[in-house]
Design a binder for this molecule. Structure first.
Ligand SMILES: [Zn+2]
Length: 74
């Protein structure tokens, strides 16, 4: 299972991801108000309505284990 979204823009913000139940929650270190949720069972997505629509965001989530290795590798 792997989730990824990308704008394809080099200026886009890289998001941090975490899991909450069936939801993967992406937050942006540069935009406090930004939050994007993706339900990995249904594919449903929600993005914070107040987030700036002109700022592009990208992020990816992979199952625990890989993520831990990735973080550990700095
Ligand atoms: Zn951002």
């Amino acid at each position: 299972m792997q989730l990824h979204f990308s704008s394809g823009s080099p200026d886009s913000h890289a998001c941090e991801s975490r899991r909450e139940g069936n939801w993967i929650v992406f937050t942006c270190p540069q935009c406090e108000e930004f939050e994007r949720r993706i339900n990995f069972e249904t594919g449903e997505q929600h993005t914070t309505p107040s987030a700036n629509p002109y700022i592009l965001h990208q992020g990816s989530f992979m199952p625990a284990g890989f993520e831990a290795d990735h973080l550990g590798a700095n």
